[in-house]
Unconditional design. Structure first.
Length: 255
């Protein structure tokens, strides 16, 4: 976080403006790195299973043995994929709360309501926050563990099944929603930056993100169909080039 914000004139030392920021700002490293650790854990488990023998029976030519076993059972993948869905959902949870923090005049520290100058006539980013909240709520349903819901099959011979494929599928669905919510936060943040006249005060790293968004998505002066902007922002998130550019900019800094 220090590297990303290095050179920014939009941040102050603790206590200059507020004693404390809310959790979704102050605890970004703790929240996001918990999800990052989960991703590393899931990657490790996937790699183990990719290199494992999951056949049944296992056939050992050298010893002329045919052994029935349970390596086919999906539990080693079902639990990590359920964990993955929870970790991804949390990323959208905090992203939506930051969107709310920017659009709500009661907590956005002087920005106009819903980040639009001509309020009343225009709803601004109100619908963006609605959409983010809807996706976050959907993720909460999808994050329910599939692995706890075993239904016996094959005349009760298969009396405990992992539901791992369902866990993987719903994690993918959660991921798609998370991309959309983070894209919404990007365009909301860029709107807030413009309203504060703060684009020239950005750090080198955050300026890259702002410029990339503004190449495609213009400032919102009056209401327009926001789904077009949301889909464009989602593509920016999907394209890993933005992350690579930020990492490159951070790597060039001298500390």
């Amino acid at each position: 976080m220090r590297n990303i914000l290095a050179g920014s004139k939009n941040v102050t030392k603790q206590g200059v403006e507020r004693v404390q920021d809310s959790y979704v700002l102050r605890c970004i490293p703790q929240i996001m790195c918990a999800s990052k650790d989960t991703l590393e854990y899931v990657k490790q488990k996937v790699e183990i299973e990719l290199n494992a023998a999951t056949d049944n029976p296992l056939i050992f030519v050298e010893t002329d043995e045919v052994i029935s076993g349970g390596n086919f059972h999906g539990q080693p993948m079902a639990l990590p994929f359920d964990f993955l869905g929870i970790a991804l959902a949390e990323m959208a949870n905090v992203s939506e709360r930051r969107i709310e923090k920017m659009v709500n005049p009661a907590i956005n520290h002087g920005l106009p309501a819903f980040l639009v100058e001509k309020g009343g006539l225009n709803s601004g980013f109100m619908i963006v926050q609605y959409s983010a909240a809807a996706l976050v709520s959907e993720n909460k349903v999808l994050a329910h563990p599939a692995s706890v819901d075993s239904i016996p099959t094959s005349a009760n011979q298969e009396d405990h099944v992992s539901m791992g494929s369902i866990a993987a599928k719903k994690s993918k669905d959660i991921l798609e929603n998370v991309r959309k919510v983070i894209g919404m936060e990007l365009i909301t943040a860029c709107q807030a930056i413009d309203l504060k006249g703060a684009k020239d005060k950005l750090s080198p790293a955050t300026k890259i993100v702002y410029d990339e968004v503004r190449k495609i998505i213009p400032y919102v002066a009056e209401d327009r169909p926001m789904y077009i902007d949301i889909h464009a922002a989602e593509e920016i998130v999907r394209n890993n080039k933005l992350v690579e550019d930020v990492e490159k900019a951070i790597g060039q800094l001298e500390f």
